[in-house]
Write a protein that binds this ligand. Structure first.
Ligand code: PMP
Length: 410
């Protein structure tokens, strides 16, 4: 039993029965925040909830109706463990927008891309393995990696994404200490949490480094189509087929309630992924697949993504303008798409210690420490602009200003 398990909650009579792996399942800071941030008087700049109200309900109702009338028996039944073939063909059309050409045979439909992260981890990670990730990185991917008892090694980023020279150094250092690097996990476009995008040149360089070192790249791309002005660089998978597992999702371009995502895997890996999917869920939801499939074939889904882009662009602008107006002494990233702004606080502020004060002032954010496996991030906060209205965003930043000034005056 690990120390962590021993130090755990003794009120649970089954405490000593948990697997060692379960010790990695700790409530994230984001999760604890949700309870507080969901109070109506709190402006939450904390979660990453898509603004699903921008999706016309009649489009969804129409698709659901048609599915039930025309294919009800299939929709309510178990289906293929890999996903419905026609739906996988349509997923190819979505990925083509980011330069990917692939075969529908290599697409595995999953319960959100979160579930694809779980399946890939299950297939590849043994205790003590290393996953290289950006610093900071997506919190709930790290929860999964840890739950498979792997360690996350963070490679620093700048405004162009992960720094290739730093990646080379990290690989060399890890290898020198005998560690096994299994995956390079990256959110290259409009990163969660930093809002940064990996430049095209670096995409090529990082793929080259991964190839040279025999490291499988796990490209997680939920936000790529949510650019504001200019299309993002094509996906890394568009240039490298054998060394990349690509993850996509309908959560941000349609709605997360469907819980529909996918993995596009190198052909050799795809079969194992299907077996893992079957073992976990038998088959992904037939109902959700058919409804989305119907929506993709009848609705103008590209125009709907444009609508989302417009909503988020306006909110991003509201956030960076308010930051410029109220908190010019801070620095922040100015994302070209996605949901998040990453703010750096002046010394000696501590984002985690400051949070109770923020909640008292009725504003919530996610402390930067949530996005590092190694305790870094005290000087950072992640602000999300996806869900609150521009007015709420301004109010939230005003409240944050009160919090920060209060801390600095202490
Ligand atoms: N990866 C990243 C980087 C995310 O931000 C999210 C959602 N916040 C996910 C994966 C999971 O998304 P879903 O399971 O809804 O597809």
């Amino acid at each position: 039993m690990t120390e962590q398990q021993q130090a755990g909650n003794n009120l649970d009579p089954w405490y000593h029965h948990y697997s060692e792996r379960a010790a990695g399942l700790r409530a994230s800071e984001v999760r604890a925040l949700f309870a507080v941030a969901s109070r109506p008087e709190v402006v939450s700049l904390a979660g990453g909830m898509p603004f699903v109200s921008a999706l016309p309900q009649d489009l969804v109702i129409d698709a659901m109706d048609r599915v039930m009338v025309e294919q009800g028996a299939v929709a309510l039944q178990y289906g293929s463990g890999q996903g419905i073939p026609r739906f996988r063909e349509q997923i190819l059309e979505v990925m083509a927008l980011e330069g990917i050409s692939a075969n529908a045979d290599d697409v595995v439909v999953t319960t959100g891309s979160q579930h694809a992260l779980e399946l890939v981890s299950k297939l590849f990670l043994d205790p003590g393995d290393i996953v290289i990730a950006e610093g900071p990185s997506y919190v709930t991917a790290m929860v999964i990696f840890r739950s498979y008892q792997a360690d996350v090694d963070h490679v620093p980023m700048d405004e162009h994404g992960m720094i290739p020279e730093a990646l080379r150094e990290h690989i060399a250092r890890l290898r020198a200490t005998g560690r096994t690097i299994k995956l390079l996990y990256t959110v290259p476009t409009f990163q969660n949490p930093a809002g940064v995008t990996l430049s095209w040149e670096r995409r090529l360089e990082i793929l080259e480094i991964a190839r040279e070192n025999g490291i499988l790249v796990l490209e997680d791309n939920p936000y790529g189509l949510l650019y504001f002005d200019r299309k993002a660089p094509d996906a890394m998978r568009s240039v490298e087929e054998d060394g990349v597992i690509y993850l996509g999702t309908f959560s941000k371009t349609l709605a997360p309630g469907f819980r529909m995502g996918w993995a596009l895997a190198p052909h050799a890996i795809r079969e194992k992924l299907v077996l893992a999917n079957e073992a976990a869920v038998l088959s992904p939801s037939s109902f959700s697949q058919l409804v989305i499939s119907e929506y993709l074939s009848r609705a103008d889904w590209k125009a709907q993504i444009d609508t989302f882009r417009g909503v988020y662009a306006e909110r991003k602008q509201a956030m960076v303008s308010a930051l410029g107006e109220y908190l010019p002494q801070l620095s922040w990233t100015n994302p070209a798409g996605g949901f998040y702004v990453w703010v750096t606080l002046p010394e000696p502020l501590d984002s985690k210690a400051m949070l109770p004060r923020a909640v008292k002032e009725l504003v919530a954010y996610t402390p930067g420490t949530a996005f590092y496996a190694d305790g870094n991030g005290r000087q950072n906060i992640r602000l999300s602009f996806c869900y609150p209205t521009p007015e709420q965003i301004r109010l939230g930043i005003r409240r944050l200003t009160t919090v920060i000034q209060g801390e600095l005056d202490l």
